[in-house]
Design a protein around this ligand. Structure first.
Ligand code: GLP
Length: 259
């Protein structure tokens, strides 16, 4: 894992946006498949990409996208559906085609069949070139909660009480937070050719340390990324505060060979 520690949330967002921009500009005709994550972590990065689209002609017109996950039972029009979240915060603000943005259908009559369909759709599209990820406080990625098989495929999952309570803040009073979700599996996510995980704030420090310096274990689902060849972790000082090797990671960045 390449671990990049930066002083501010803005610097983190800009670095993540650089990864996207380089990937898009290096892809022939900008034909790229992006894996998009919801949550607050990538929001500033999406904002920076929207700015580059508007002010620096960064185009997504030949890109397609696959979302990581979706709540079961929420229509795409619901404010907290992940499809709607990505639309409102990112894809409706850039020039990607509407029908190029794919997500698991949380309203499917048969969620298990929908999970298989979605996994196959990602493969049929040629797989994800660049996946952005956040991380849950319990070390989940997508909605792969602790205990998820490291080779799991897209499937129906039940959220932990911790995640339900973490996500409660997004729902209005009296609304029931969904407890079932469809999520790309850890095996599915691991097939992305390149992965950028971003996190900021002290609340994520423990999860970041477990992910990158702990054992590879289903107990910390994000630790599966230790087995991937091209992962970049872009975090701020606070999220890095529990890393034992933080000084070394900073040293590596400082002394990065130019070739
Ligand atoms: C949800 C999403 C994850 C996200 C996590 C962290 O559980 N399924 O993809 O990484 O929340 O969210 P936040 O970035 O808001 O802390």
């Amino acid at each position: 894992m390449e671990i990049i520690i930066l002083p501010t949330e803005e610097a983190v967002a800009s670095r993540v946006a650089d990864e996207f921009e380089n990937a898009i500009r290096n892809a022939a005709d900008g034909r790229i498949t992006l894996g998009l994550a919801t949550g607050s972590s990538p929001l500033k990065s999406y904002g920076e990409l929207v700015r580059r689209h508007r002010e620096e002609s960064l185009s997504f017109k030949n890109a397609q996208a696959f979302l990581l996950d979706e709540y079961v039972g929420l229509p795409r029009t619901h404010e907290q559906s992940y499809y709607r979240f990505i639309r409102d915060n990112f894809t409706s603000l850039i020039d990607i085609a509407d029908d190029a943005v794919n997500s698991p259908n949380g309203e499917a009559d048969d969620p298990r069949a929908e999970a298989i369909r979605y996994d196959e759709a990602i493969a049929a599209a040629g797989g994800v070139d660049l996946q952005i990820l956040g991380i849950g406080t319990d070390g989940h990625i997508g909605f792969n909660e602790p205990g998820s098989a490291l080779t799991s495929r897209t499937r129906l999952k039940t959220l932990t009480e911790q995640t339900i309570s973490d996500n409660m803040r997004f729902f209005t009073d009296g609304e029931t937070v969904p407890i079932h979700v469809l999520t790309q599996g850890l095996g599915t996510i691991s097939q992305a050719r390149r992965i950028v995980l971003t996190a900021t704030g002290e609340g994520k420090a423990e999860a970041i340390a477990a992910m990158s310096e702990g054992a590879v274990s289903a107990f910390c689902p994000a630790s599966v990324l230790q087995l991937h060849q091209k992962v970049t972790v872009v975090i701020d000082d606070a999220a890095a505060s529990k890393l034992k090797l933080a000084d070394y990671y900073r040293f590596v960045q400082e002394k990065k060979p130019l070739v």
